[in-house]
Ligand binder design. Structure first.
Ligand code: ADP
Ligand code: MG
Length: 256
């Protein structure tokens, strides 16, 4: 679990400014959604939190630790994307074991990884299998462990991608439009599954979407973004009932 503080986050790509000095204090265990139209800077902000992109100004703090110069792998966060990025030649079980095995391996040991049956490290194998099983049960994918990604539906793949992120027990999940590749019915179903998952994990979730309905139904709080600014930050019902200005009202679809 983690409290994540963003202060004065700015980002320029060359001479183009895409984030205008954003401040958000994300509470431990909160489900915060970054919502706004395409191109407003949501993914860039999420990537800065993850450490995949460096900010042009401002600070990212995780549990009081300034992480501006901390590598992504040392931030203990899990990033889940819309493209599932599963290893197609490995089973679900192996896909989910990979992050745990990689963590215990030296770069030298990682080299022959492609297509390999990964070695277990003395006595750790049982623990690792246990952790994968436990995670698979939480996500209701135990029956899929021996399949390969090509034999799964979109929703099942999304669960496996989540599972692979969960096994490392991250302090927060960062999700960038994780449901946007799914059909409409499944997307609605997965919304409630994600909300349930958040409830049971009690971990911080930062969730990016351009879909206001998704943001309104799942979040503790949502930050409505437009053109690199946060127009309003608050609870969904509060923003819906009392939008800060016309742009927010129009985007959210508040009644007049
Ligand atoms: P969103 O996720 O809200 O759709 P992004 O964060 O992807 O928005 O992009 C915000 C703006 O930054 C867009 O105008 C986009 O074109 C620009 N942008 C994003 N990544 C890069 C990059 N690597 N180089 C240049 N411009 C970028
Ligand atoms: Mg994006």
């Amino acid at each position: 679990m983690a409290r994540i503080t963003l202060s004065g986050i700015e980002k320029n790509f060359g001479t183009t400014r895409v984030l205008n000095g954003l401040d958000i204090d994300i509470a431990d265990g909160e489900f915060l959604t970054l919502v706004g139209p395409s191109g407003c800077g949501k993914s860039t902000l999420l990537r800065i939190i993850a450490g995949l992109e460096s900010q042009s100004g401002g600070d990212v703090t995780i549990d009081g630790r300034l992480v501006n110069h901390v590598r992504p792998s040392r931030r203990d966060l899990a990033m889940v994307f819309q493209s599932y990025a599963l290893y197609p030649h490995l089973t679900v079980q192996q896909n989910m074991e990979t992050p745990l095995r990689l963590r215990d391996m030296t770069p030298w040991e990682r080299m022959p990884l492609v297509g390999a049956t990964l070695p277990g490290r003395g006595g750790k194998l049982e623990k690792l299998r246990g952790l994968v099983r436990e995670t698979a049960e939480t996500l209701k994918i135990e029956h899929l462990l021996q399949r390969k990604p090509g034999q799964l539906s979109g929703g099942q793949r999304q669960r496996v991608a989540l599972g692979r992120a969960m096994v490392r027990k991250p302090v927060a999940f960062l999700m960038d439009e994780p449901l946007s590749n799914l059909d409409a019915a499944l997307r609605v179903h997965m919304r409630s599954e994600l909300a349930e998952l958040h409830h049971s994990l009690k971990t911080t979730f930062i969730y990016v979407t351009h879909d206001q309905a998704e943001a309104l139904t799942m979040s503790d709080r949502m930050a409505v973004m437009m053109e690199g600014d946060i127009l309003q930050l608050g609870a969904p019902d509060e923003i819906y009932r009392d939008p800060a200005d016309r742009r927010v009202a129009e985007f959210i679809g508040s009644p007049r």
